[in-house]
Design a protein around this ligand. Structure first.
Ligand code: FEO
Length: 404
């Protein structure tokens, strides 16, 4: 049975959270050994209840049980859909079967099309909202704001006037299953690493929309919420401004001072030996790099590599020639970096070849699309020589000088 949490977090407002430890690869791609939560919310009023979002379909039975523990299902009069991705909407069809047909669904105009496309729910009682549209119900005022592309085009958020609370869907969400509910109950530094990983892997492709949407919410609509309630991970009430600033920094690719990430692939440890020299040079210069290995007894998680590359000041990439090309996992990693974490920073490539150098040429082509600033693409013959070692050390110094 999945671990579920039902808790009143503000008068008449309930969190409904499920801890998903079954999903090993979020979006069938991103490694999440830390798990993830799906957070729905329920507002009870004298006129009935308002539900905000739901859980992944895998947990639909648990979702109905959690809801029923707070309210008779027939009392749900409104359902607000912030985002249609099935990790939030998957439980909706099972719920709608239990509700009166006149329950009103609220969402971005595009949400109606997705209800039909994903679930065949084209004939539900749907109310499309414009940005700034308000619903007054049961003594509460709910105002909806569009936040397109965070994470899909139909994304929106809801502001509850009573309590100055913002429900944000994917926005400000994170991987992980926090021990507590709120930011004042856990080690937020550790959590923020998981939240950044979520943001880079899931939202990274739309990163330029982060600053734009947050600016609109803050400056056009004057939203400064006292509480931020995302649909994944931790809820923020002590320092909501902390997750807002972190989100802005991640969207802008702000590097962490002194952080250098080393990623390498090595079939027979020739690259590992060369990269070891680079790491020694880094350590002599006072840097402790974050290291990700793709070798024959260990493979770093793609999600972790992306996460660390995103906020590094510089990157060292060790790769070897494989079938006259870049090592396949390295090529895939780079293609994802270009899509999701393409921020300018110096890059040192340490390549090793056996027959003939080819990876460097292919890599140069790949890097043309990236924001990396390659300070050096070294291609050294298999066995490391004193001359090769000297070249690596000099290249590391060169890279450090280019860090800003
Ligand atoms: Fe949590 Fe984009 O869904």
């Amino acid at each position: 049975m999945a671990q579920t949490t039902v808790q009143e977090i503000h008068p008449d407002l309930y969190l409904l959270r499920v801890a998903d430890t079954r999903t090993a690869y979020f979006e069938a791609l991103w490694e999440i050994p830390e798990g993830i939560t799906y957070n729905a919310y329920l507002l009870k009023t004298p006129e009935g209840a308002v539900l905000f979002d739901g859980w992944k379909g895998t947990f639909q039975e648990e979702f109905l049980a959690a809801l029923a523990s707070v309210t008779p299902l027939e009392d749900i009069r409104h359902i607000v859909i912030h985002h249609m991705e099935p990790d939030h909407s998957g439980s909706l069809p099972a719920l709608l079967e239990k509700l009166p047909p006149d329950v009103t669904l609220w969402g971005h105009p595009f949400t109606k099309k997705l209800l039909d496309a994903l679930y065949g729910l084209g004939d539900v009682n749907f109310q499309a909202v414009k940005s700034g549209h308000s619903l007054t119900f049961g003594g509460h005022t709910l105002t909806f704001y569009h936040a397109p592309w965070l994470h899909w085009p139909e994304t929106m958020v809801t502001h509850l006037a009573e309590g100055n609370i913002l429900l944000t869907g994917d926005i400000f969400g994170g991987y992980g299953i926090p021990e507590g509910i709120f930011d004042d109950e856990v080690d937020t530094d550790a959590y923020l690493t998981a939240a950044r990983k979520y943001t880079i892997t899931v939202i990274g492709f739309y990163r330029d929309k982060i600053g734009k949407n947050l600016s609109t919410l803050q400056n056009k609509y004057n939203l400064q919420p006292a509480m931020i309630l995302p649909a994944h991970g931790l809820l923020w009430r002590q320092a909501p401004e902390r997750i807002v600033q972190a989100y802005l920094d991640w969207g802008a690719g702000k590097p962490k001072p002194g952080k250098v990430t080393v990623v390498y692939s090595s079939m027979y440890r020739y690259v590992e030996k060369a990269v070891g020299v680079a790491m020694d040079a880094l350590q002599q210069a006072g840097y402790t790099p974050v290291v990700h290995r793709m070798v024959d007894d260990e493979r770093a998680a793609l999600a972790d590599m992306l996460n660390d590359i995103a906020d590094s000041q510089a990157v060292i990439l060790g790769t070897e020639t494989y079938e006259s090309d870049v090592f396949p996992l390295t090529a895939f990693l780079l293609s994802e970096v270009i899509k999701k974490a393409n921020f300018p920073k110096p890059l040192l490539v340490v390549g090793i070849f056996g027959w003939a150098a080819a990876a460097g040429r292919q890599l140069s082509t790949l890097l043309e699309k990236s924001a990396f600033e390659p300070v050096n693409i070294l291609e050294l013959k298999g066995l490391l020589t004193p001359e090769g070692e000297a070249k690596i050390r000099a290249a590391v110094q060169d890279m450090l000088q280019h860090m800003r």
